[in-house]
Design a protein around this ligand. Sequence first.
Ligand code: KMT
Ligand code: NI
Length: 173
Amino acid sequence: NMKAYLYDNLPGDQRLPHDSGRAIDADALSRLGVLYYRFPNIQDVDKLAADRGYKNRDEITVSPESMGEAYEEKVKMFFHEHLHEDEEIRYIKGGQGFFDVRSKDDEWVRVRLEKDDLLILPAGIYHRFTIDEENFVHAMRLFKDEPKWTPLNRGRYLDGNSFREHQGPFALN
Ligand code: KMT
Ligand code: NI
């Protein structure tokens, strides 16, 4: 289940809870535009995605096993404060992690997510992400855009296609 609270701003590893003891409920989160859902059934995720026009998704596992040497660098990168021009939707399929989002007063609100939790961050909100001390999260990332996987049948039209030219002289396909 989701749990949210004001970040304590104390020094120490980003993976620690950093719980100030000041709880934030789902209602207060929604006033920041941050929407939380608990979806034990993938059908509920499919429905939300369809309702909001999300046609694409992928899955990412953040762990030393899956990322190898790049792991610590990735963990730091996810924790850099940033925003997006579109909303960010994440559905946790395993493990757990923290999304930190900025409140209206520019304080960090830490949202702890675990399996079956889905979070929507509104466009333009400053945020960052970290795994916890277990160093494992398996998450689905939802995207609005159609994947560019439409098969283009071979023929005259493709002979001058710039994507094909970019394949270079040694391409096998
Ligand atoms: C993000 O946007 O920071 C991520 O996708 C992190 C991994 S998904 C929980
Ligand atoms: Ni982001």
